[in-house]
Every structure is written in structure tokens, then in C-alpha cells.
Design a protein. Structure first.
Length: 889
DNA sequence: TCGAAGACGTA
DNA sequence: CGTACGTCTTCGAC
């Protein structure tokens, strides 16, 4: 059975472009994707529904064809192609490349000519069926018993099957005569005028009468009335139309239909391309479709599994060869939950399952020793969770030499999600057997002879972890990340687990008080706001309703545009307040402030554990620069800028049995990293002189003595210094400082004149990244930025700013991770009870045991200060107090 | 129920 | 037209 599916890429993408609202389909970088999305969606549906064995997509190259040569007006008068569409054609081709779909284009020919040629060749070569998907009606002339045109009717999801009968029913002529009919009627979109007054009905009647266009021409004098006059008057045009709408069937193509057999597609490429396009649902649909039509998984790992009984653990563990892949059964969430079972698989294909709930003492002892033995190499996927679960059973995990989630993150840090089964497919081309089944087959993990159903799934996963870890070892090595993984990322997992488990104590009464306070403020501000507009009870939390009040009811000047209207953000409201003061605006800002703080407090209250402490979760594989992030709750964004917000920090307190909280933070770490990496003498001197950085820089930029730097000058310089590391433009700086672009430019020029090394360095980063494709931190953490060479200016600019920032932010993150390892290790080595609780990018919060304060301070200063050897000192500020707020300085 | 958009908190 | 995050609320689509 040979079934060829041919698509007119251009016409389908163009249809999709108008069918799907562009504003709903664009990436975070601003690239429109509606046409790509619609086209890809159609393609996936076609693959699913039609199951073609052969496949190709044709594109138009330019409008220069034999048609435009014969008739200069061909397709003239068309609206120019929207620029939002143009760029998407290349993206469509990228999708096709990733999916392994052949696409064809040939100078001087239209896509439909290519389709017609392939259709003819396929028919002659004995293909059973040809399916043509095109939004161009000319394709209808190709319809035959075994050639069907799938014509999009509306949107991107509905296609009509144009069989010979369907063509005849719709147009009143058989497909062979469709071109005759079209020649008479004309085609507006091709700028081919037909005979005035002659529509499809009349044309069909004539063709029925005279057989075809030739017959009609021979008898044209017999046609009566006005229509007859018109057709005689326009005969030349009709014949020209007929020549032009005839599709070519002899286009010189580099392929034959047989070459179009569907072949392997590149899963990595699909991930890469779809990641870039931010297609999530579509990717799932694609995998679901192709997964069944054409199994991608091809690996075959077989496992001999055994459920260990009493007394069998030690012997089995002793027989392990190579690194063990582990999978932990059970549930866990930070402080709570525990492990119920453990599956272990080794490199020789042995696997075992241990039921942790019914473990005999001697087995437990053997297992505990093996788990805690650093010399017994282990691999897990996302080990921190399992560590918590094992810890809940008193088991310690050591000897981690690969965490597959972290390894995948180091290889491609921009991904944000590293699902185990996705990675397994991507790196090993294997799939897990279905849960509960012993499914063994192509691309499935073969469980071999398993003694019992218990633990099957877990053992399969453990075996898969081992396999995946081996593949990822290589991938990590390819990006030069072996040391980073071994020395930084893997050791830090355990530190994070300990921090999460410890949590931080909060004063619940104080939290409730705060909530009540903020709540009262919210209510008061809301009342004030309502009063200010005559009592209308608008929802102040709804930007939509606010826009009505601000710009219609109050008639205030319009603010900056957003996707759906005009912004009501705090900056814009403050601006409005200056231009057109109104009590509503003031009340609105107060309401925003208070309700934000209220919900922060409410969130904290909800997340307090049974132990009266808040246990955040640190995400180690989210931030593309190498930073950690904190969720559930996020303790890295607790307010500090306003006094009202700082009250929340007072609620985080030292726990019972401890002396105080200690906050230790790096002073201007990113600026110091920049000084070091750039080697700029001026900036290095600024830090080594030990005086106020911004004052120093200000004196250089403004050409005055440090003592003469005003606070205003200092503020400007400070904003600029920090902005540099983000790729700030003169425009952005001018907006932030509320100065003219010219003055902002002068400021930046002045800065770069005095600190030329910084400018050179920033340029160098981007140049290097463009050449190599990635940026690198001090510890070799890479970030790949393919958009640096994008045709799309917005995407390219964005990638350049990321390239600028990634080594700076990322090196600072590396340093902090190193410091955390040092502090944690030193605290243990000194046998102190003190422990690290929180990390907020450049700050550590330590809970200090009784009488340990001085020693802890010494350790923290030493370890944080020694985390990197820079050309400038790593200054650390330390403070202590009963609460987080008190510990700040 | 889910996701997008808008808003805003941190470094 | 400034990087990196997470969370909350509203609102409309499903």
C-alpha cells in the first residue's frame, strides 16, 4: 500500500495565518507563530488521519514563473504579504526538517506545479492513492479516482475531501474539466478576470453542452444573448486563463515519489524547534501521533528483576556491577511523606526491588550502609525528592554520580522541564513499559523474568535511570560540564535537601496580626477608591475594570499599550498621578500594595508545616543562568524595599533551641564578577580601594572628587552600573532615570570612556557567543543561544542581552553554590549545630546554635569569601538577630 | 478547570 | 528598548 500525501506549504500556512489570531500565537520573544502553529497542526492531523506512507511539502519560491512571464498582471494587485507572515515560512521549514519531511521548491514554478508533477508521477508509478492538501483551487484539476484534494474550508481543522464526485457535485463539471470552468469564471486571487456575467453555473452548463472548453470555442458563435457576446469579447482572456491555470506535470524535480517514503525523524530536533516555538500541546500531539504511526523508540534494554526477600539484600548488593540506577517508590513532599520501596538496577542488567516497609533489620542495615557509601556510585532522576523520602526512613543517600534531571539541565539549561520519560526517549530512544504490564517489545524496556509484579515498574525505571545516566554522562562531557556536575551541582543537592528539611521558623501570631493589618489597609484603600469615583464598586484587582474607570469614567490620558489595552501598572499610575492627580489613583496604589502584601502573608500562613516552620522547595534545574529558584512558597521574593513589606521579614524568626538568625550576603557580587571577568583596571581599583563603589565610579564618570559626588549622581551611576549587566540601552536608562535619551547616552559614553575594559568585555561576550553558540560562566556552565543568529531582530537582540547577562549572573550563581558547599561542610566539620536555612541568590540565612555565633560568622565569612579567586575581594556582609529583618544590615 | 495576561515581589 | 525567577488575580475558553 503506497499512499502519497502532498501539501502546498505556502497556501496552507497562509490560510493558517489568517485563521488564527496572531496575538494568541507568539513566543515570549515576540515571534509570531500562528501560521507555523496552524500548519503544523494540520500536518499532524493529516498524519494521524490519513496515515500516508509517502510525504512531501512544496513551497513557492518567488512570483516569477512562466505565468507571470506570459501575463505580467498574474497575481498582481494582491496585498503585500504581511511581514508577520514572511518569517514564519522558514519556521515551517524548520519544523519540517525536524520532522524529517521532505520539502521542495523550485525557481520559476509554483508549489502546485510541483504537486501536480509528483501526482502524475506517483499515479504512473502505481501508487494506490495520492492526497493533495492545498488551499489553491487549481489543484482540483488533478482529482481522479485515486487522487483526492483535501481543501481547507474554515480554520485549520476542517478539510473537505474533494473526490471526483465531490468536484462534480460542487462545480457541475468533472475534475478534468475544472480548469475549463475556472478559465471562464476567472480567478480573482490570481488576477485572472473571467467572462463578465458568467459564474460557475453558466460555465458548467456550457461545458456540459459542448463537452469542454475547446468545444465551446468551436461553437462560440452559437451562444446567444448577452452572455454569448461577452464570451466572444473575452475569448482571448479565457484562453489565456486556461493556459495559466494548467498545472505543469513535468517540473524537473530532484526526487521521485518513491524517494518520499517517510523516514526517521529527529526527536532532538523536534524538541529544539518546538521549544523555540513554545509549542507544548502541539509537541505532545505530534509525539502521540507519530508514536503510534511510527515508533521512534528502538532501544531494547532487558532487565532481570527480582524482589528481594529476607536476608537477601546484602548478597545482592555485593554483586552490583558498575553504577546503580535507583528509583524510589513512595510519596514525599519536603518535610512529609516517605519511601515505600526501592528499586536498584545495575549495569549488567540485574535489578532488584526492596520493600522498605517490611525490611528485616539485617537487610535494613545492609541497605543503609550501601546507600550511605560514597564509593558505591548511584544515579537517580531528580534525586532531591527521593533523598527526602529515604531520609524519612532514616536512610542517607551518598555517592550520587549522576542526577539525570540535572545532567539534562547542564546540557540544555533553557529547557525548564526535564521529565524523565521525555529524556529517556530523547537520549536513549526507549520507552518505559506500561505500568502494571510486562510489556516487552520494540523500544520497550524488557523486564525479563520478574518474580513478582511488585516493583516491576520501579525496577524498569531504575534500569532506565542507569541507561539514561550513561547517555547523559556523555552529553554532559560534550558540553564540558563533568566537573561542574561532579563538584558543584551534585554535591549541592544534598545541601538543598537539608535546607528544605530544616525549613525556617515563623511567628504565626505575628503573621496573623500582619494579615489583619494588611487586610484593614486593603479594605480602607478600596473604600477610598470607590468613594473617589462616586461609589461604584469596581474590582480593583481587575485591570480590565480599572481601564474603564481610568480612561472612560475619569477620562485620564492613555497609558502605555499592552496586548489587550492600556497598562494600569504602578509606574503608569504614578505617572498619571503627576499629570492628573486624583484621589482614586492614590487609593488604587495603596490597595495594590496592601493586597499584594496580604496575599504574600496568606500564602506563608498556608505553607506552614506541622513543625511550625516553612519549608520551601529549591528548584535546581529551572533558571537558565544557573541560579536556584524557590517555590511553594517562594522565599526568594519576600519584600524588603518598603517598610510595610519589611514587616514580613520580622516574622521569619530563629527556631527554638537556636540563638539567632544570621544573614550573610555578598556585596555587589555581580559587579565584582564583571570587574574580574573584564579585567578593567578602573573597576578593579574601585573595589580594591574599598571605598563606596558607586561614589568611586561617579567621581570618574562626572569628573569630580569622590566627596563631591552628589546622591543624585550616585543614584544615576548605580542604576547604570547594574543595568550594564542586563544589556540596558540608553533608551532604557533614560526611562528609568527620567532623563533624556541624550543625557542617558552621555552618561553611558562617560562610563565606557573611563571603564573601557567593561565595554570591550561586554562586546567580547556577545561576539564569542555568536561564534561558539554559547556563553560560559567562570565554572564552565554553558548556555546555548541559537537566537544570536536569528533573522528576527527582536529575537536576536533578546539573545544578545541574555548572552551579556548569563556569564555574569551565572558566575555569581556558581560562586554562591560553591560557598554553600563550603559553609555546609565547614559547619559539619566543626561539629556545630548551626545550619544554612535559606539562599536568596547572594544571601544565605543561617540558623545559629547557642554559643556558636562568632565561630559561624568566621566560617561564613571565610567560606563565602574564598568561594572564588577573583581580581577583586569578595566582600561579605554579616548580621545577626532574632528575625530575618533584624539580621539584615 | 485550565491557561493567558497583567501585575508585582526578589536578586 | 533590562537579566533571572514565582505567585496571585481575573477572565475567557474549554
Amino acid at each position: 500500500m503506497k499512499r502519497l500525501l502532498l501539501l502546498d506549504g505556502h497556501s496552507l500556512a497562509y490560510r493558517a495565518f489568517f485563521a488564527l489570531p496572531a496575538e494568541n500565537f507568539s513566543t515570549s520573544t515576540g515571534q509570531h507563530t500562528n501560521a507555523v502553529y496552524g500548519f503544523t497542526s494540520m500536518l499532524i492531523n493529516l498524519l494521524r488521519d490519513e496515515e500516508p506512507t509517502h510525504l512531501a511539502v512544496a513551497f513557492d519560491v518567488s512570483r516569477q514563473t512562466f505565468r507571470s512571464e506570459e501575463y505580467a498582471e498574474y497575481k498582481a494587485g494582491r496585498a503585500t504579504t504581511p511581514s508577520e507572515f514572511k518569517g514564519q515560512v522558514n519556521l515551517v521549514k524548520e519544523v519540517l526538517d525536524a520532522m524529517g519531511v521532505t520539502h521542495l521548491e523550485l525557481d520559476g514554478y509554483e508549489a502546485d506545479d510541483i504537486l501536480a508533477t509528483l501526482t502524475t508521477q506517483a499515479t504512473q508509478a502505481g501508487f494506490d492513492e495520492v492526497l493533495l492538501c492545498s488551499g489553491d483551487r487549481d489543484a482540483l484539476q488533478l482529482v481522479r479516482d485515486n487522487v483526492t484534494v483535501l481543501y481547507p474550508v474554515k480554520g485549520v481543522s476542517e478539510l473537505t475531501r474533494m473526490t471526483p464526485a465531490a468536484v462534480e457535485e460542487k462545480y457541475g463539471v468533472p475534475p478534468e474539466r475544472y480548469s475549463d470552468l475556472a478559465a471562464l469564471v476567472g480567478e480573482k486571487s490570481d488576477n485572472l478576470p473571467g467572462v463578465p456575467g458568467v459564474g460557475p453555473k453558466t460555465a458548467a452548463k456550457w461545458i456540459g453542452q459542448y463537452g469542454d472548453l475547446e468545444g465551446l470555442v468551436a461553437n462560440v458563435d452559437q451562444i446567444k444573448g448577452k452572455a454569448g457576446e461577452n464570451v466572444r469579447a473575452h475569448l482571448d482572456g479565457v484562453l489565456r486563463n486556461r493556459r495559466l491555470n494548467q498545472l505543469l506535470v513535468d517540473v524537473p524535480l530532484p526526487v521521485t515519489p518513491d524517494d518520499l517514503a517517510r523516514h526517521d525523524w529527529n526527536r532532538d530536533e523536534v524538541h529544539r524547534v518546538f521549544d523555540g516555538l513554545e509549542f507544548k500541546v502541539l509537541r505532545d500531539r505530534l509525539f502521540a501521533t507519530l508514536g503510534t504511526a511510527q515508533p521512534e523508540a528502538e532501544g531494547d534494554v532487558s532487565v532481570d528483576g527480582v524482589v528481594l526477600g529476607d536476608g537477601e539484600v546484602e548478597t545482592w548488593l555485593a554483586g552490583i556491577t558498575g553504577r546503580a540506577g535507583l528509583f524510589v517508590d513512595g510519596t514525599w513532599a519536603k518535610g512529609a511523606g516517605d519511601a515505600s520501596g526501592l528499586a536498584i538496577a545495575d549495569e549488567s542488567g540485574r535489578a532488584a526491588y526492596v520493600d522498605l516497609t517490611t525490611l528485616a533489620p539485617e537487610d535494613e542495615q545492609a541497605l543503609a550502609e550501601w546507600l550511605a557509601d560514597v564509593t558505591k556510585a548511584k544515579a537517580l532522576h531528580d534525586a532531591k525528592g527521593p533523598m527526602h523520602a529515604l531520609a524519612a526512613r532514616g536512610l542517607t543517600l551518598a555517592g550520587l554520580t549522576n542526577d539525570t534531571a540535572i545532567a539534562a539541565y547542564l546540557v540544555r539549561p533553557d529547557q525548564r522541564s526535564y521529565g524523565f520519560e521525555d529524556l529517556l526517549l530523547r537520549y536513549c530512544h526507549i520507552e518505559l513499559p506500561e505500568t502494571g504490564k510486562q510489556a516487552a517489545g520494540q523500544g520497550m524496556l524488557d523486564l525479563g523474568d520478574v518474580g513478582a509484579t511488585q516493583g516491576d515498574d520501579a525496577m524498569a525505571r531504575a534500569a532506565a535511570v542507569a541507561t539514561l545516566a550513561a547517555a547523559l554522562d556523555e552529553a554532559v562531557a560534550d558540553v564540558g560540564g563533568i566537573e561542574l556536575m561532579a563538584e558543584l551541582e551534585l554535591p549541592i543537592v544534598e545541601v538543598l535537601a537539608t535546607m528544605e528539611q530544616a525549613g525556617i521558623a515563623v511567628d504565626l501570631d505575628a503573621l496573623h496580626e500582619l494579615e489583619a493589618d494588611y487586610d484593614a489597609q486593603v479594605v480602607a484603600a478600596q473604600q477610598d477608591a470607590w468613594d473617589a469615583i462616586g461609589g461604584e464598586q469596581v474590582n480593583l484587582g481587575s485591570p480590565k475594570q480599572l481601564q474603564v474607570v481610568l480612561f472612560e469614567t475619569l477620562g485620564l490620558p492613555k497609558t502605555k499599550k499592552t496586548k489587550t489595552g492600556y497598562t494600569t501598572d504602578a509606574e503608569a499610575i504614578a505617572d498619571l498621578s503627576e499629570k492628573a492627580p486624583h484621589p482614586f489613583l492614590d487609593a488604587l496604589l495603596r490597595h495594590r500594595d496592601a493586597s499584594k502584601l496580604r496575599s504574600t502573608v496568606q500564602g506563608l500562613i498556608k505553607s506552614i508545616g506541622d513543625d511550625g516552620r516553612i519549608h520551601t522547595t529549591y528548584q535546581q534545574t529551572i533558571a537558565a543562568t544557573g541560579r536556584l529558584s524557590s517555590t511553594d512558597p517562594n522565599l526568594q521574593n519576600i519584600p524588603i524595599r518598603t517598610e510595610s513589606g519589611r514587616r514580613i521579614r520580622r516574622v521569619f524568626v530563629v527556631g527554638e533551641g537556636y540563638d539567632c538568625l544570621m544573614s550573610a550576603d555578598y556585596s555587589q557580587i555581580e559587579m565584582r564578577v564583571m570587574a574580574h571577568l573584564s579585567g578593567d583596571e578602573g573597576l578593579i581599583q574601585a573595589f580594591n580601594d574599598g571605598e563606596d563603589l558607586h561614589r568611586f565610579v561617579g567621581s570618574r564618570v562626572f569628573g569630580v572628587e569622590p566627596s563631591e559626588v552628589t546622591s543624585e549622581m550616585r543614584a544615576k551611576v548605580k542604576a547604570m552600573s547594574y543595568g550594564l549587566a542586563y544589556g540596558l540601552s540608553a533608551f532604557g536608562l533614560s526611562k528609568q532615570l527620567r532623563i533624556s535619551t541624550a543625557e542617558a547616552q552621555r552618561l553611558m559614553d562617560g562610563y565606557f570612556e573611563r571603564f573601557g575594559g567593561v565595554r570591550d568585555y561586554l562586546r567580547q561576550i556577545v561576539d564569542d557567543a555568536r561564534a561558539t553558540g554559547y556563553t560560559e560562566t567562570m565554572m564552565g556552565r554553558r548556555r546555548y543561544l541559537p537566537d544570536l543568529t536569528s533573522d528576527n531582530r527582536q529575537r536576536r537582540d533578546m539573545a544578545e542581552r541574555m548572552a551579556l547577562n548569563a556569564p555574569i549572573q551565572g558566575s555569581a550563581a556558581d560562586i554562591m553554590k560553591k560557598a554553600m558547599l563550603g559553609v555546609d561542610e565547614a559547619l559539619r566539620a566543626a561539629n556545630l549545630r548551626s545550619r544554612v536555612l535559606l539562599q536568596v541568590h547572594d544571601e544565605l540565612i543561617v540558623e545559629v546554635g547557642a554559643g556558636e555565633r562568632d565561630e559561624v560568622e568566621r566560617i561564613v565569612r571565610e567560606q563565602m569569601g574564598a568561594a572564588a579567586d577573583l581580581a577583586v575581594p569578595l566582600d561579605v556582609n554579616v548580621g545577626t538577630g532574632r528575625s530575618w529583618q533584624d539580621a539584615e544590615h
